[in-house]
Ligand binder design. Structure first.
Ligand code: GLY
Length: 386
């Protein structure tokens, strides 16, 4: 296997040409959807609007900040700022917010503060961090995912993408309490979500006193014990982010185990990720490009964290996923808001959702976000919104 630097150099032309096409399109999207909070794409090819409280509301603005950091085009900055102002309405509806405040404000306002030093952005990020902090269960050492009596002892693997907000809050306050909560939660999830084969469970119910797993639920997977691919990607990228923030070896080791599982699963399908790596054989093949794009980001960060001769394997895997998806799923037409197609919002289909309710094979904003982030990583862009 070639080393990290050689693989990066070999794929430079791919990254540059992809970015050039992508940037033409995202610039139009940034102008067209500046005053909308967006999620997926409608049948007419234009962005579908969502409430500011929805968990995906930070991705579009954050994508614009990421592109501003790289291109210095002020149109992206204007959209990032407009998006932050639109999200402010969500703070007045705090009972609708939950652990996804990390997805919403860490990558949006936290990123804005890093880039621009805007004090309003800093306040937003810090306020969101206090909300996440308040969901911590002291005895069991976990962060509750959602409100609700039934869910009060549930955690989900997605939360590993929210805890970087707590590392950021500790940096902002120069006080390690937030980071210690993030690490306590991460340590619980290694115990309760990570399986022997390197896959991760989506939802786990915990004993409130000990944090031990009582049972797990299929959640977005096809059944208990399944492996929803976006969940695998949340775990992979989430644990490497915890490593980046803390330098604790156990988070690197965990990310690597999930990465090995992810790569061996996706290889069988030509590096195009199925929505669930254990989906039933009698079902049509449903993909989820958002899983591939997020996993590619995690794989590249994992590759960077490892010695050069070991990192090459993971960078190679990321490039294979990105190239396969770029060929089959990407639409560069600047007239629509559909960049990375073949995302799947909800799963399973059989007996739970119709394909329409599940929103199968559509373009979703976080797919665009992670695809853009991954291409920027191949270009060695230094800005990390997480
Ligand atoms: N975090 C929710 C999802 O991945 O669908």
């Amino acid at each position: 296997m070639k080393n990290y630097k050689d693989i990066l150099a070999e794929n430079r032309a791919f990254a540059e040409s992809t970015f050039e096409k992508l940037n033409k399109k995202t610039l139009q999207m940034a102008i067209r959807s500046r005053e909308k909070i967006v999620d997926g794409v409608e049948a007419n090819g234009l962005h579908h609007e969502v409430e500011p409280t929805y968990w995906t509301s930070g991705f579009f603005g954050s994508m614009c900040y990421m592109l501003y950091a790289y291109t210095k085009n002020e149109e992206y900055l204007k959209t990032g700022r407009a998006q932050e102002r639109l999200l402010d309405a969500a703070f007045m509806r705090e009972d609708e917010l939950h652990h996804d405040v990390g997805f919403q404000w860490h990558i949006l306002s936290g990123a804005s503060y890093t880039l621009t030093g805007d004090r309003d952005s800093r306040r937003r990020a810090f306020y969101a961090a206090t909300m996440l902090f308040s969901r911590f269960v002291i005895d069991g050492k976990y962060i509750i995912a959602w409100p609700g009596q039934k869910e009060k002892n549930w955690t989900i693997i997605d939360s590993m993408m929210n805890v970087p907000l707590l590392y950021r809050a500790s940096e902002l306050q120069n006080d390690d309490r937030f980071a210690r909560v993030a690490m306590a939660h991460a340590d619980t999830l290694i115990r309760t979500h990570l399986r022997e084969d390197g896959s991760v469970a989506h939802i786990v119910e915990h004993d409130r006193e000990t944090g031990d797993a009582i049972c797990s639920y299929a959640g977005q997977g096809c059944a208990v014990g399944s492996s929803w691919s976006r969940g695998q990607a949340w775990g992979l990228y989430g644990f490497i982010l915890s490593y980046i923030h803390t330098k604790e070896q156990r988070y690197l080791d965990t990310a690597r185990r999930i990465a090995d599982y992810f790569l061996s699963s996706v290889e069988k399908d030509g590096y195009l990720p199925r929505v669930d790596f254990r989906s039933p054989a009698d079902e049509p093949v449903y993909y989820d490009s958002t899983a591939g794009a997020c996993a590619a980001c995690g794989l590249i960060e994992l590759a960077k964290a490892l010695p050069e001769n070991e990192g090459g394997f993971y960078l190679d895997g990321a490039v294979k996923i990105l190239r396969a998806m770029e060929e089959k799923f990407v639409d560069y037409n600047t007239e629509n808001d559909h960049l990375l197609g073949y995302g799947t919002v909800r799963y399973p289909i059989k007996g739970v959702y119709t394909p329409e309710e599940a929103k199968v094979h559509i373009s979703i904003i976080y797919g665009d976000f992670f695809f853009t982030e991954a291409i920027l990583k191949l270009l060695e862009a230094p800005f990390l919104p997480w």
